[in-house]
Design a binder for this molecule. Structure first.
Ligand code: ADP
Length: 712
């Protein structure tokens, strides 16, 4: 990438390169997957930490909320217990006062019992009330109407006496109410109950004793709402349960307990309330619910994010792979690639293009938009025009076009260019994309082929000439030898005649022989003439192959060959065919040969280092009447011309220009121009030349237009 445009893949790769890679400790094919693995792991590691933290947070919040809830329940229970204790204390105090009121006025035992029964009706917690004299003897007593009398007179006197005495002794000391420890009283119908005696010392002497049923005390004195959903119990200090009321514990619930002492004079007892809440108490209130809901949402978002990250990592990996693949493709193609933005600035070049022109990617991208460094100086104006037309929105042909580029070392080379608008995803054109094919090698091969063809043609021509020469020499040897021997014979005859003054008869005989020899000489000379004519006829035979051809067709036939050489020599070709030109009547092959010869001579004349602008102009037009050969005015003529911008023909060369075998080139044969003239003249036309303006030479020749032909 170092020599190319920084592509989007660069940051990815940079991220991939870690220390190990940089140190080159690992081989490249291992380093890449390893570093990838590491970066993916690093990413996941962060996610795992985040997930763990969120889970820990959620767990803590839920636990705290649950603990808060438990505390609240416990506090509520403690408050309830305190309330219950207060209820009990107040109730017992009120009861003691009610009892005291019973004794407010002096009563006889019968009256007292009447009043006591009323009280018992109002106080279910009392089982029995007794009036006792200071010596603890029962003066009057009343039992609760709500159950069968529990105490036998006997038992009452014997068994409970100690407890009651103890309570009354305390009452006397306190001069108020005192209680006995609880004791179990069996019931007639089975079972039994815990009972506590309360003793109240009377001002006038004697005591009032009330037996409390502990269970009924709880029922009557504790606010009913405290018993709802929980169990209220009285216990001894050692934990023995004395009495309990309220709801039974349900299974699957969690128990909360609260214990409070009720310190009554003479009777130490504990009040215990057991409450229970449904288990599991995970979402006990709105706060915890809300926290839990938010936590679940958080965890869900976390999971979604993790999934998204996973997808992203995969997409990134795919993208990196496809970018690497594309880069590998761009780097390995031999076609040069170049992208330009809409301002004409080069934004991308592939290595093939850099190699082709010899400039680095940085040099190319930093180059001036109006003058690319690989444009040959002499062609720059033309390229600038083409560039401007492209920027103005000109659509290039899809077939591509040929051009010449310059390498960094100044050498020129031909390229085939394909250009297309660069259109990005949302169908917006962002510039131009071009592909370049270096034609140097192709041209070299074409040139080799052309040179080989040319050599073949030259040798073929030479062979024909040689063949013709041997034919002529062979055919002419006989008549020439005959002529020579007849001439020698004749000379001998004349000498004999001079030496011996021969007789008239002999003289007349010699004269006859001389005449015969001369006749033979004339005959052989005639034969030699016929041989030559027959060779001429070989050439003239071609007359039969004449056809009607349009000038454009003739040019079309020779242009490929001409262009081949023109490219090699850097010659620009201009072709002008006048519109409405009639076709010419000619031997197509020979005329093509003429055009080829003239064009080739013209290009060779410009193959000089001092000539930089090389131009070859081919033209076909109607011949002005003034230039038509004498006696041919009546016919229509077409004039062909071939002009170059070489150094022209100096007078020395001009004198021998059309002489066969005259040439100034080392590899030339000197037959070209003479052959051209022969061919043109065979067609009745004229081949001539003149200096071209501003410099160079212009060869022109005329050919007859086909009779009755129409313009193309
Ligand atoms: P050849 O091409 O084999 O040398 P030609 O008969 O075609 O033989 O040309 C003879 C000579 O005429 C050339 O060697 C060259 O010196 C000269 N000549 C022909 N055409 C031109 C031209 N267009 N400009 C200058 N000299 C020319």
């Amino acid at each position: 990438m170092s020599t190319h445009q920084p592509s989007p893949i660069a940051p990815l790769q940079a991220a991939d390169h870690d220390d190990l890679d940089a140190l080159g400790v690992l081989p490249a094919h291992l380093a890449r997957p390893l570093s990838r693995l590491r970066s993916a792991w690093q990413r996941w590691f962060l996610w795992v930490i985040l997930a763990a933290l969120v889970l820990a947070l959620v767990g803590t919040v839920v636990w705290l909320a649950g603990r808060h809830e438990v505390q609240q329940v416990q506090e509520q229970l403690d408050r309830d217990t305190l309330d219950a204790v207060a209820d009990l204390r107040n109730g017992l105090q009120r009861n003691a006062q009610s009892l005291r009121a019973l004794q407010a006025e002096p009563l006889v035992p019968a009256q007292w019992e009447e009043r006591a029964r009323e009280l018992l009706r109002a106080h279910r917690e009392w089982v029995r009330i007794e009036w006792r004299d200071p010596s603890m003897r029962v003066m009057a007593s009343a039992d609760t109407p709500y159950r069968a009398p529990m105490f036998e007179k006997i038992s009452r006197l014997s068994v409970d006496q100690a407890d009651v005495t103890l309570a009354c002794t305390s009452a006397r000391k306190l001069s108020g109410a005192a209680y006995s420890p609880s004791h179990f009283v069996p019931l007639a119908e089975g079972g039994g109950m815990e009972v506590v005696e309360m003793c109240l010392q009377l001002d006038k002497g004697g005591y009032l004793v009330a037996a409390y049923s502990l269970r009924d005390t709880l029922i009557e004195l504790v606010t009913p709402s405290l018993r709802r959903g929980q169990e209220v119990a009285l216990m001894e200090v050692d934990g023995t349960r004395l009495a309990a009321v309220g709801a039974q514990r349900r299974s699957g619930t969690r128990v909360f307990s609260s214990l409070q002492p009720i310190d009554l004079p003479g009777f130490a007892v504990m009040l215990r309330i057991d409450g229970w809440r449904a288990e599991p108490d995970l979402f006990p209130n709105v706060l915890t619910g809300l926290v839990t809901f938010i936590s679940i949402a958080l965890v869900s978002v976390l999971i979604l994010l993790a999934r998204d990250t996973k997808r992203r990592i995969k997409a990134e990996r795919d993208l990196a792979d496809s970018l690497a693949f594309r880069k590998a493709m761009e780097d390995s193609v031999v076609t040069g690639l170049r992208a330009r933005d809409l301002d004409g600035r080069i934004t991308y070049v592939n290595p093939a293009f850099c190699k082709m022109v010899g400039f680095s990617a940085e040099e190319l991208m930093d180059s001036d938009t109006a003058q690319a460094p690989y444009w040959p100086t002499e062609l720059a104006p033309e390229y600038q025009q083409r560039h401007a037309a492209r920027l103005a929105g000109g659509i290039p042909s899809r077939d591509g076009f040929e051009s010449v580029f310059m390498r960094k070392d100044g050498t020129r080379f031909p390229v085939l260019i394909f250009e297309a608008p660069l259109i990005v995803a949302d169908k917006v054109q962002t510039g131009w994309m071009s592909a370049f094919v270096d034609l140097s090698e192709q041209r070299r091969i074409e040139e080799q082929t052309r040179a080989a063809q040319e050599r073949l043609q030259a040798s073929a021509r030479l062979a024909t000439v040689g063949e013709m020469a041997s034919l002529l020499s062979h055919e002419l040897t006989q008549p020439l030898a005959a002529i020579s021997s007849y001439a020698n014979g004749s000379l001998n005859l004349l000498e004999q005649d001079d030496a011996a003054q021969a007789s008239v008869a002999v003289q007349s005989q010699a004269l006859g022989d001389l005449r015969m020899a001369l006749a033979r000489i004339a005959e052989q000379a005639g034969r030699a003439g016929r041989v030559i004519r027959s060779v001429h006829d070989v050439v003239r035979r071609r007359e039969r192959t004449r056809e009607s051809v349009h000038a454009q067709e003739l040019f079309d036939a020779v242009l490929p060959l001409v262009q081949l050489q023109a490219r090699k020599l850097g010659v620009r070709i201009e072709l002008h065919v006048a519109p409405g030109l009639p076709p010419v009547q000619c031997d197509r092959t020979l005329v093509e040969q003429v055009l080829l010869n003239l064009a080739r001579n013209a290009m060779q004349s410009m193959d000089l280092p001092q000539i930089t602008r090389r131009e070859l102009t081919l033209r076909a037009s109607r011949t002005p009447a003034s230039k038509v050969a004498a006696g041919a005015e009546a016919r229509r003529w077409v004039e062909f011309s071939v002009a170059d911008v070489g150094l022209g023909i100096d007078t020395e060369v001009a004198e021998r220009l059309f002489t066969p075998f005259f040439t100034t080139r080392s590899e030339g044969m000197g037959l070209g121009l003479s052959l051209c003239r022969t061919v043109v003249e065979q067609h009745g036309g004229v081949l001539a030349y003149e200096p071209n303006r501003p410099r160079g030479t212009l060869f022109r020749f005329t050919l007859p237009a086909a009779q009755g032909a129409t313009a193309p």
